[in-house]
Design a protein around this ligand. Structure first.
Ligand SMILES: N[C@@H](CCC(=O)N[C@@H](CS)C(=O)NCC(=O)O)C(=O)O
Length: 244
């Protein structure tokens, strides 16, 4: 039984109008990635989100685009003892695994002027200090690739060297951990479902076996989460059906 993709609030609308000229970043910076302190950011700055940032950026931005980055897979392999978990019951949130044949879909946010310092300061606290993520520069490909050039974007990645890194686990074990975890930003289930809804609603053409296998595992443990209106009506009109 598939959940009806709910239009995740705060998620981007359809692609923005044609972008302003590509940022100096995309013309002057070398292709590929730069990491950490040596990042040279020139305005406008683009920030790529692939986890909670796709539905809760938490900072002001000028525009946003749905699209993908190449060479990474999204994995629920980062522990979180603040936003979606606690010291006693760490939650699981996403990070990126280098995977040369893969793509990860998300949202890139354009920040200009005062938005740049404000967003980077906010994300440094949320992602780096509280989350254990480091910054990299990657090439973002807007979904409307026919008319839009790739853009160099900042991304936050939790590497295996960070103390909260949990690494691989079966989708069933990840689902079981998500079910019992919550933190200051809310329940870990919300984190998973909002990301799954974002992918269904905005990137229906994209595959993400890892994400949807965890969601499927969640359905088998908590089917109540996935009643649709008609199934409730069906059960009400024919209680035997619910026993099948
Ligand atoms: N860096 C990823 C993942 C970020 C992420 O989900 N970080 C968590 C844990 S530090 C977070 O900010 N959570 C806030 C929330 O769960 O609402 C992204 O670009 O979205």
């Amino acid at each position: 039984m598939k959940r009806d993709p709910q239009r995740p609030e705060e998620c981007p609308g359809r692609p923005e109008p044609p972008p302003p000229p590509p940022s100096p970043l995309s013309s002057s910076s070398p292709p590929g990635e730069a990491e950490g302190a040596e990042l040279k950011l020139t305005p406008p700055v683009w920030i790529f989100g692939y986890g909670s940032l796709v539905w809760r950026p938490g900072f002001e931005f000028t525009s946003r685009k749905v699209g993908f980055i190449r060479g990474y897979s999204r994995r629920f392999w980062q522990g979180d003892t603040f936003h979606r978990g606690s010291e006693r019951m760490p939650g699981r949130v996403v990070t990126l695994l280098e995977d040369c044949g893969a793509c990860t879909w998300g949202v890139a946010y354009e920040v200009r002027g005062e938005q740049i310092a404000a967003s980077l300061q906010y994300l440094n606290m949320r992602e780096a200090v509280l989350g254990g993520y480091v910054t990299k520069l990657v090439k973002f490909h807007p979904q409307d690739k026919d008319t839009e050039e790739p853009i160099l974007a900042l991304v936050y990645i939790a590497t295996p060297q960070n103390p909260s890194y949990l690494g691989p686990a079966s989708e069933e074990d990840i689902a079981a951990q998500i079910i019992v975890s919550s933190g200051c930003a809310g329940h870990n289930i919300e984190y998973l479902l909002r990301l799954a809804d974002f992918m269904r609603y905005f990137c229906p053409q994209a595959e993400d076996k890892h994400l949807f296998s965890i969601e499927e595992a969640l359905i088998s443990i908590l089917p109540c989460l996935y009643y649709t209106e008609e199934s409730v009506e069906e059960t009400a009109s024919d209680p035997q059906k619910s026993k099948s």
